[in-house]
Design a protein around this ligand. Structure first.
Ligand SMILES: Cc1ncc(COP(=O)(O)O)c(C=O)c1O
Length: 420
């Protein structure tokens, strides 16, 4: 069945919002997507039927543990790993701080850490904080002309002193998809650990942690139709050796060793349901998956999830390319992103010469066109692009519920602003 955006839209109650007589167009997906009704229902169901703390010998506690256990398996299918390699936390940033401090405890003679200029602060700040503990933090160059990371610089900064190379799968600022497979391989050649920030990428393509072979990867469910919950992957051998700070009463086994305190149970229920939603899109609109041809041994659910991710991307990518081409035709508009033949997400950022990006976003917002402006915490990237004094970027994030008509509305509005 071909992708039916109207069917997809019907699943999201928030999309009916009106602003000043205009239907709201949610182009703010990279900041957080909207939530299908079934995710809301799953969270309500948790609170009605299962609301209890973990490990009790009574019905609601057992129900609660079952919901979390199911969600863990669903998220494992989402990432392509085993359930006990998946931990939940407050958000990506907090999990990454926990990871950074844990890894710093067992660093031995490896005293250097690589971060990148393209990354969100969430994958820079926790590592920069380790300077206080005597680590040297090196930054991999971002090339403002190609809008890509400089992989030669990455390679030249790796050494047998590198403890961790931390980099993003894709840029939340400009949509560049980094060559993460190559970066993981390069880092492993010198014995460094890899930490991949998949927060932006996770809505834009299937993540396969086994194929990627990263040691750690973190994402956030609110970027893929879920509530505000962080999702952590640790490859078993690395995770089992991770010296996470934990309470005496907290289990030492994975995945619990990094799960401090009581988790956001209803959020975890919603996160699992968000992935089930993606799997159902795969069932409805995805291409049948030939696991024999790919040599992958995947669960039925993972096959449907991957098909769902691909169906959404097949829908969004042509729209993104159309948007880029049309923006580039508008006088004074400059689009920032990787070269046309390089992998990218459907997140498109631009500026209008002589007009502050905050002003552009505010005007679009009045017309119900929800775009972000500024640096979106990818502040180093925006500094390198030289846009800090002009309000940063205007970011249009396409999600699987955006339509061609919404893009046309946006283009007309941008053109009007640029022509003034
Ligand atoms: C690429 C990227 N990394 C990390 C984060 C931070 O995620 P969280 O809000 O879960 O801490 C974001 C949030 O926008 C992001 O886009």
């Amino acid at each position: 069945m071909t992708y039916d955006v109207q069917y997809v839209r019907q699943q999201f109650p928030a999309l009916n919002l009106m602003v000043n007589g205009h239907a709201a167009a949610f182009f703010d997906g990279p900041g957080g997507t909207q939530v299908p009704q079934r995710v809301i229902d799953a969270m309500v169901d948790y609170l009605v039927r299962c609301n209890a703390n973990s490990g009790g010998s009574f019905l609601t506690s057992r129900n609660s543990d079952q919901v979390i256990c199911n969600a863990r398996q669903v998220l494992a299918d989402f990432l392509g790993c085993a359930a006990d390699e998946v931990a939940f936390g407050q958000n990506m940033t907090t999990l990454n701080y926990q990871l950074a401090f844990a890894l710093s405890r067992e660093a031995g003679s490896r005293r250097e850490i690589l971060i990148t200029e393209i990354d969100h602060e969430a994958n820079r700040g926790p590592w920069l904080a380790l300077a206080e503990r005597g680590f040297e933090i090196k930054e991999v160059r971002f090339d403002p002309d190609s809008c890509m990371l400089d992989l030669e610089d990455f390679l030249s900064k790796l050494s047998e002193k590198t403890l961790v190379a931390a980099f993003s799968y894709a840029s939340n600022g400009i949509g560049t998809v980094n060559d993460v497979h190559r970066m993981v391989h390069m880092a492993h050649q010198v014995g460094a650990l890899t930490v991949v920030d998949a927060v932006h990428f996770a809505l834009h393509g299937p993540v396969d942690v086994r194929e990627l072979n990263t040691d750690f990867l973190i994402c956030s469910a609110y970027k893929f139709f879920g509530p505000h919950v962080g999702v952590f992957y640790g490859r078993r051998d690395c995770f089992e050796n991770l010296s996470a700070y934990r309470l005496r009463v907290q289990p030492e086994q994975i995945p619990y060793r990094i799960e401090t305190g009581t988790l956001n149970h209803e959020g975890i229920a919603g996160a699992g349901e968000a992935v089930e939603f993606i799997a159902d899109l795969g069932e409805k609109f995805g291409q049948p998956f030939d696991t024999e041809a790919t040599g992958k041994v995947w669960s039925e659910r993972r096959r449907r999830i991957v098909a769902g991710m691909k169906a959404m991307e097949d829908y969004e990518q042509p729209l993104a390319h159309k948007l880029i081409r049309a923006l580039e035709q508008i006088d004074r508009v400059r689009v920032y992103g990787p070269p046309a033949d390089s992998p990218r997400t459907s997140t498109v950022s631009f500026t209008i010469e002589g007009i502050n990006s905050e002003k552009v976003a505010a005007e679009l917002g009045e017309k119900g066109l929800f775009v972000w402006d500024g640096h979106f915490y990818a502040i180093r990237l925006v500094e390198v692009l030289g846009l800090m004094n002009s309000g940063g970027l205007v970011r249009v994030g396409l999600s699987p519920y955006n339509t061609e008509q919404e893009i046309e509305r946006l283009l007309i509005a941008v053109k009007r602003i640029a022509e003034r």
